[in-house]
Design a protein around this ligand. Structure first.
Ligand SMILES: Cc1ncc(COP(=O)(O)O)c(C=O)c1O
Length: 329
């Protein structure tokens, strides 16, 4: 099966990651290896370009999202989301009993009206993905827009899961505003989705609240080793990112020249308007061994049922996808 449905990397982890996993695996009898953990924080701080006192590490960025919802709940705050946003959030909200306020994206091109976001942010926790999933485009580019949100909101969590593909970060704002937090993952650009590792860039205030909601020592030693290795081989990551961007743009060109609308992606996936409900085409692709994400299949995103979200794989895989899609359409 060709996995174009979960925004994973089609390329294997760095060889240095594999070496480090091997090197540290004989320490799996321990809960914690101080030297490894400190080296990891130092390397992350170096990679992010910020003092390590602003960084905290977690077993996946998804686990940061659940902590953000717990935090929202315990401080009895409202939550602001864009719509559409990452589909797992809708499902979590029901179970957390949170009814969010929405900043709706434009139905034309999925851009965000910043003034509307600022208005609805007043006294609430804001979750924003930049660039956005599932629409793939940047929602905010000007740091001043985020400053306006931060001044009104209780807290702002900016999910930069696709940062390496967009090249745009609001990292520096965490030094200006203690209620701003940036969420990152190694699941995409670093080819380490299965390692389950994410990190938060934020000041002492949010770090303290979230650490009070954790037992600690939850990141496996082999995962810490894998991430340390990947950070020390950032050339490999950058190579993968440029390959994916090049493939992404070629696929986009092939689809748009066949008359399809494709969003301006700054991620490792494409958001494609099929101009008709996607389930039938999703099913046909699946029968051909190609997995994609059809928004018609997601209860809370049915209104965007003409859109297919497709991860960018290797060039030859994407040639196959384009050929099959255009044939069945
Ligand atoms: C916006 C966003 N946040 C978080 C995640 C999950 O990342 P992780 O693998 O670190 O849980 C994804 C994965 O698709 C994502 O798109």
């Amino acid at each position: 099966m060709l996995r174009l449905h979960m925004n994973e990397s089609p390329y294997p982890p760095s060889r240095i990651s594999l070496e480090y996993i091997n090197k540290y695996s004989n320490l799996l009898n321990l809960y914690h290896v101080e030297q490894l953990y400190e080296e990891l924080l130092d390397e992350l701080s170096n990679y992010v370009g910020i003092d390590k006192k602003f960084i905290d590490v977690f077993a996946s960025s998804s686990s940061i999202l659940t902590l953000m919802l717990t935090y929202t709940k315990i401080i009895d705050s409202g939550l602001v989301l864009t719509h559409p946003t990452f589909h797992i959030i809708y499902h979590l909200l029901d179970n957390y009993g949170i009814q969010p306020a929405y900043a709706l994206l434009s139905r034309m091109d999925f851009t965000l009206d910043v003034s509307k976001l600022v208005e609805v942010s007043e006294g609430r926790v804001v979750y924003l993905i930049n660039p956005n999933n599932p629409t793939s485009n940047l929602l905010l580019e000007d740091p001043e827009a985020l400053r306006r949100v931060a001044r009104r909101a209780k807290a702002v969590f900016v999910d930069e899961a696709y940062y390496e593909f967009s090249g745009l970060t609001f990292r520096d704002l965490v030094m200006e505003y203690d209620n701003v937090a940036i969420i990152r993952t190694v699941s995409k650009a670093f080819s380490l989705a299965g390692a389950r590792f994410g990190y938060l860039i934020t000041g002492e205030k949010i770090k303290k609240v979230l650490s009070g909601l954790r037992i600690g020592y939850e990141i496996p030693i082999t995962t810490q080793a894998a991430v340390l290795g990947a950070l020390r081989d950032s050339y490999y990551m950058r190579e993968i990112v440029s390959k994916i961007i090049e493939t992404r743009e070629n696929v986009k060109k092939a689809l748009t020249s066949s008359g399809l609308w494709v969003a301006d992606s700054r991620t490792n996936f494409l958001f494609i308007d099929l101009d008709k409900p996607c389930r039938k085409y999703w099913e046909l692709l699946k029968q051909d061994g190609i997995l994609t994400l059809c928004l018609e299949n997601i209860e809370r995103l049915k209104e965007f049922g003409n859109y297919l979200r497709v991860t960018v794989g290797r060039p030859e895989e994407m040639d196959l996808f384009v050929e099959k899609l255009l044939k069945i359409l």
